[in-house]
Design a protein around this ligand. Structure first.
Ligand code: ZN
Length: 226
């Protein structure tokens, strides 16, 4: 009996430890704003998981236990934007963060202004253009039968995002096709999808092809059986 209880206890403790290991835990980091030198708090992920996560056709992932933390943030004190990784880390921990303001996620307009105001390395430009795309799509991401519409600046952003993709790579071709679908350019879309994709891409290609056949322009979560 004693041995059984001990085993049950061990299993229970193991379960708790395993659950704890994958639960979302934030790390709070105090950073110095490079513009006004204020000490502000940035949240990062210490641990998390993607259980129950949703993946969308525009590449966005929504995971409650693994939230996305922006790489470019807005200072809550002066409103200046700065890259988290390039800012000075002052302190770490909940105690250090107490009473300090948290950094904000920049809006789509702020990111577009940031993009046009300077020459950025390719990967940073890609990251920001993708963030802008997700922010725009968020407006109808959870809306049934949504009819997306883009401003000229938003169209320009999607075109600039699509241009560098290499059509000889199947993954790139799908990303390019999806931008064409969002823009309602279905002829271009079908041309991009008329390609011999590997079996690995079968589910994705068949899912997005069905959306195009129905002339759906909105982003959708990938769901089995649809
Ligand atoms: Zn500042």
């Amino acid at each position: 009996m004693k041995a059984r209880i001990t085993l049950a206890m061990a299993c229970f403790i193991g379960f708790i430890l395993c659950s704890a290991a994958v639960a979302y835990y934030p790390a709070l980091i105090v950073r110095e704003c490079p513009h006004c030198k204020a000490h502000v708090v940035q949240e990062d992920t210490l641990s998390g998981n993607t259980i129950g996560a949703k993946y969308y056709t525009d590449g966005k992932r929504e995971a409650k236990m693994l939230p996305d933390h922006p790489a470019l943030v807005k200072c809550p004190v002066c409103g200046g934007l700065f890259w988290v990784q390039e800012s000075v880390e002052v302190d770490v921990g909940f105690e250090a963060a107490e009473g300090k303001q948290k950094v904000l996620a920049p809006s789509e307009k702020e990111m577009l202004n940031f993009l046009t105001g300077q020459e950025l390395p390719k990967e940073k430009e890609f990251y920001l253009r993708m963030c802008c795309r997700w922010k725009v799509n968020d407006a109808w991401r959870h809306v049934a039968n949504a009819k997306p519409s883009f401003s000229p600046e938003q169209v320009k952003n999607l075109e600039a995002l699509s241009a560098p993709f290499d059509e000889s790579l199947p993954g790139h071709r799908i990303l390019k096709a999806e931008i064409a679908r969002e823009l309602g350019r279905f002829d271009e879309y079908l041309l991009l999808l008329s390609y011999q994709f590997d079996e690995d891409y079968g589910f994705v290609v068949s899912f997005i092809r069905k959306l195009a056949q129905k002339k759906v322009r909105a982003v959708k979560p990938f769901e089995q059986g649809k």
